[in-house]
Design a protein around this ligand. Structure first.
Ligand code: BYC
Length: 474
């Protein structure tokens, strides 16, 4: 597949040969830029940022690095190479050829899935729009903007599908993707987590660790889709997504590393002392983690879901890495859920496997989240501290699924609403925590300098040194 990088909209979908589609997307482009100027990163549009830009899908050289002003970023449309004779990998139509067009009977469901995916991309940019002002270093500022422009490209990826395959409805949906806004009282973003404010960098790292990881799992599920253009676009999006989770993983690791240094210098792990010394105490890190992990768990949908069953049956959305499973049809199987029993405990209930697909994916997600915790806990262990970061139970603070609005402790034990209210400040960020974390947030824009609450990264970006001028401010 040839890449047309010189076109007004860079692409490898031969956009030039479809004038109507090209014109429709060129019409959407200024609306996107308007949105970027209004709700994208505030104030840094004149800065030269050392950014990675996707230029093709060639695994050896898919991106270039160089200084770019964000509004001049080349947001392109790139789909992974088509497979030869790709077949449907799961569900009732297992083994049949994949679809190059949208089957009429699945049109509205596929559109809904694509719109939901597309909605999260600009939402996250909106959530993060003010963070640039308080970046702990030029390295972090650059990473924030890298994440932001790539979420912009992921929006383009979904808008391309809507325009190319869903006619007028698709074009209308593409417009609405720019009309809903994160946290807006009248037109909020579709999924809950994408309406939460991200007003400090600890939240940003938690979001890129936990919420972008939901993105990874959802994109992997959609990469299995029988609708081949959706599958191929998600495959390529995953290439970029890895860096976003890296930013979260290393960001949280660097916060903990700095806290350990401060605890060592002080000779105490007392949270108040740590705060006085300008670092983030570990209980606060844990409370932020509890907040973002539980919020991100909701993004997988209900644990028993007829939607999920029909996505699977119809081949619209599979399980991540579907080829690892033995049975791709999953009709005769069941899954045991633990549900609240209404008496302060849990009961087990078997449901058909297809209805449990959200839970299956959520489970793999939780295993993946644990890897970061193991790394952060190794830092604590090596430094000789007994404290360990932990993931709360998947029942904790849920607003979607069987455990929605059932108060539990961090271990998932159901408790009374009064007990939850009394202990909430132990478990979730308090106003005081948030105010303290915000008080640490001051932009550090000198080359090679780092805010005092976070350790420097192990290495720079794209083999550049850590003190590279990652952003040239005007
Ligand atoms: N908030 O049958 P149910 C990313 C809705 S992140 C609000 O339980 P289903 C990224 C649900 O839509 C990945 N509403 O769930 C990360 C449904 O509404 P409708 C984004 C929710 O349908 C960082 C109803 O409740 N991609 O890429 O099996 C930065 C009953 O739903 C929520 C996708 O999500 C919630 N948390 O699964 C940038 C993939 N949860 O349809 C980007 C596409 C559920 O009855 N989306 N609902 O009106 C999907 O596959 C599914 O829509 C979901 C829900 C997995 C989200």
């Amino acid at each position: 597949m040839e890449s047309n990088y010189q076109d007004r909209i860079p692409n490898n979908v031969d956009l030039g040969s479809n004038r109507t589609l090209q014109r429709a997307l060129e019409h959407w482009q200024p609306e996107f830029l308007n949105w970027w100027h209004g709700l994208g990163p505030s104030d840094f549009n004149a800065s030269e940022v050392y950014l990675r830009t996707a230029i093709s899908v060639d695994t050896k050289g898919w991106a270039t690095f160089g200084y770019v002003k964000m509004p001049e970023y080349r947001w392109g449309i790139f789909l992974a190479e088509p497979g030869t004779d790709r077949r449907i990998g799961f569900g009732d139509n297992y083994g049949q050829p994949v679809w190059q067009q949208v089957p009429g009977e699945h049109r509205s469901t596929l559109r809904r899935l694509i719109v939901t995916q597309g909605d999260t991309e600009p939402a996250s940019v909106e959530q993060q729009r003010l963070l640039g002002h308080t970046a702990p270093s030029l390295y972090d500022l650059r990473n924030l903007f890298q994440v932001n422009v790539e979420e912009g490209r992921h929006l383009w990826a979904m808008v391309y599908l809507l325009h190319a395959y869903f006619g007028r409805d698709g074009r209308e949906e593409a417009e609405e993707l720019l009309e809903r806004h994160s946290g807006d009282a009248d037109k909020p973003r579709i999924l809950s987590t994408f309406n939460e404010p991200i007003s400090d960098w600890l939240s940003f790292y938690m979001f890129t660790y936990f919420t972008d990881r939901d993105g990874k799992f959802q994109l992997k599920s959609l990469a299995e889709s029988s609708f081949d253009p959706l599958s191929r676009t998600c495959q390529f999006m995953l290439t970029e997504e890895a860096h976003h989770m890296f930013v979260g993983d290393t960001g949280i690791g660097r916060v903990i590393k700095r806290t350990i240094e401060v605890m060592k210098e002080l000779g105490t792990d007392d949270p108040e002392a740590v705060r006085k010394a300008g670092a983030v105490d570990l209980p606060t890190v844990q409370r932020y983690l509890n907040f973002w992990f539980s919020s991100s768990l909701d993004l997988f949908g209900g644990d028993s879901s007829s939607n999920a069953a029909s996505y699977f049956a119809n081949g619209l959305k599979g399980r991540p890495d579907e080829e690892r499973y033995e049975d791709h049809v999953a009709t005769g199987q069941s899954y045991t859920l633990e549900l609240p029993n209404g008496k302060g405990g849990a009961k087990r209930e078997e449901i058909p496997m297809r209805n449990a697909m959200n839970e299956v994916v959520r489970e793999s997600y939780v295993r993946d989240c644990e890897k970061g915790l193991a790394r952060w806990n190794r830092l604590l262990e090596e430094a000789g501290y007994p404290h360990r970061m932990m993931l709360p139970s998947t029942r904790f603070r849920r607003t979607v699924g069987s455990w929605a609005n059932i108060p539990t402790d961090l271990n998932g034990k159901p408790i009374g609403a009064e007990e939850f209210a009394a202990r909430e400040t132990e478990w979730l960020p308090t106003e005081n925590d948030r105010a303290y974390v915000r008080s640490l947030m001051h932009g550090v824009f000198e080359r090679g300098k780092m805010a005092g609450w976070i350790a420097p990264p192990e290495r720079g970006i794209n083999t550049q040194p850590r003190d590279f001028e990652y952003v040239k401010l005007p």
